[in-house]
Design a protein around this ligand. Structure first.
Ligand code: GDP
Length: 454
């Protein structure tokens, strides 16, 4: 068991706000002596591994500052693989700070972001994909994304990739033997077996890579573009979805020039709404860039909400939007339902299967609209499977799948040396995901996204 380094780290695992309980964590060789310094068990038998103990909490001067619970978990069977301890005090930011100061004065070092999980990874307690699942789990906003991260945390992805990587390494070593001893006749059967192994791995990697489309929705939200000509109420609709004033609302057309994003969870589905510049032909350079971005947001969206002002007749600018929206999966939102209706719905019904009357101003119809589109994407809430949600992993999977596909092609042309290079490359890339071949830079980047105390 490799120890990351000899220092013992300490940090709060709970945010510095007044709360019921504050948790301080320790990890490293001095976890137990440091714990004993600040926490005195009430019962004479003292600390027993993995058993919760009640006692008093003391500062550097030996003043009792609080009482609470503590647990000591010796390595290597702990989260980090090292000796660890947790102290549960009252969730007062002052007490937590005092407790930490006492620990630092006694020789502990403040933990860096993600350092506990980084030590867990370096000590072989989890692979890199599991470490990334930890942060996904912490950041998950829906049950579905939490369930997916929890599945990743059990190591499903790492196990699949390790099996694929082992398969590739075995193929590469057999191929190397063929290249090194060309005079030895290779049984055709054996060669075919190698190729079929490569085909199977190629299929598995591609399937994992493809799961990223749904995985990204799960994690980042289903991208929905709110489009329409200026002043139909796009920004008001975004604010109605958000429940607060996210976007500036004015009656001056063309105020939203950039794309604003807001995530909203509706019926367990996370959406990422983009409020875009009003789409129209314009001579204003800045507004035109906004319009281009709006069209780009439509292109990238899973769903377009095409907004029209129902209190007015359709304008040429609306027709411009109508034309564009027809190219994408879109629903029609008839805003300003609180005002008398003047719009000619038949022109809209010719383009859209679904039309939702709403009033962004009063909120009328907004929950129904959200519920309807949440139903569209409910399947993406499917729990139990493990989708790739991480762009780094998706990118590595693409590169690995490409390399294996190239290897299969080369194998069909019977160029064993080319096959071997591609297979080795694919194995190397898969190691980037599990951490076996990830560079120090990649590892640092991943852990820098963590919070202190995790
Ligand atoms: P955008 O340019 O499409 O983003 O439109 P805004 O959200 O900025 O709204 C333009 C104007 O329409 C503002 O004066 C809003 O107060 C008004 N507005 C937006 N939604 C409604 C609505 O549902 N009912 C009424 N009566 N006015 C609305």
């Amino acid at each position: 068991m490799k120890l990351f380094e000899q220092s013992t780290i300490a940090a709060a695992a709970t945010p510095p706000v007044p709360s019921a309980i504050g948790i301080v964590r320790l990890s490293g060789p001095d976890a137990l002596p440091l714990l004993q310094r600040v926490f005195h068990p009430a019962a004479r038998r003292g600390f027993r591994p993995r058993r919760v103990t009640f006692g008093g909490i003391y500062d550097t001067d030996g003043t009792r500052i609080d009482e609470g619970l503590a647990v000591y978990m010796p390595g290597p069977g702990s989260y980090t693989g090292e000796d660890t301890a947790e102290i549960y005090c009252h969730g007062s930011p002052g007490i937590v700070a005092l407790l930490l100061d006492t620990l630092y004065a006694a020789g502990a070092r403040p933990a860096a972001p993600g350092e506990y999980t980084r030590r867990a990874f370096l000590n072989g307690r989890m692979d890199l994909s599991q470490s990334e699942a930890v942060i996904d789990l912490i950041e998950s906003e829906t049950r579905a994304s939490a369930a997916n991260a929890a599945a990743q945390l059990t190591g499903v992805l790492g196990k699949k990739l390790t099996a694929a990587r082992d398969g590739l390494i075995a193929v590469a070593s057999q191929l190397s033997a063929m290249i090194d001893f060309p005079e030895e006749e290779v049984p055709e059967l054996q060669y075919e077996e190698l190729v079929s192994t490569l085909r199977r791995i190629s299929g598995e990697l591609s399937a994992l890579r493809e799961s990223y489309a749904r995985g990204a929705y799960l994690k980042n939200g289903v991208p929905c573009a709110i489009t329409g000509r200026p002043n139909v109420g796009k920004s008001s609709l975004l604010n109605a979805f958000a429940g607060f004033d996210r976007a500036i609302v004015t009656d001056i057309p063309g105020t939203t020039r950039d794309v604003l994003e807001q995530t909203v969870v509706a019926d367990g589905v996370k959406f990422s709404f983009f409020d875009t510049a009003g789409i129209r032909e314009t001579a204003d350079t800045v507004e035109r860039i906004g319009v281009e971005r709006a069209v780009d947001a439509m292109r990238r969206a899973a769903l377009v909400l095409a907004v029209f002002d129902s209190s007015m007749e359709l304008t040429d600018e609306d027709a411009f939007v109508l034309e564009r929206a027809a190219d994408y999966p879109a629903v029609c939102v008839l805003n300003k339902a609180d005002l008398p209706r003047k719009i000619d719905e038949s022109r809209l019904a010719a383009v859209f299967d679904r039309i939702y009357p709403v009033s962004a101003a009063t909120g009328e119809g907004v929950p129904e609209l959200l519920a309807a589109i949440a139903t569209d994407f409910a399947a993406d809430r499917a729990v139990g499977e493990s989708l790739v949600t991480n762009p780094r992993q998706a990118d590595a999977l693409s590169r690995a799948a490409d390399a294996v596909a190239r290897a299969v092609e080369a194998a069909e042309l019977l160029t064993a040396d080319v096959v071997c290079t591609d297979v080795e490359q694919a194995a190397e890339i898969l190691g980037e995901i599990t951490g076996q071949t990830a560079s120090e830079d990649i590892i640092s980047q991943i852990f820098s996204r963590f919070c202190v105390g995790k």
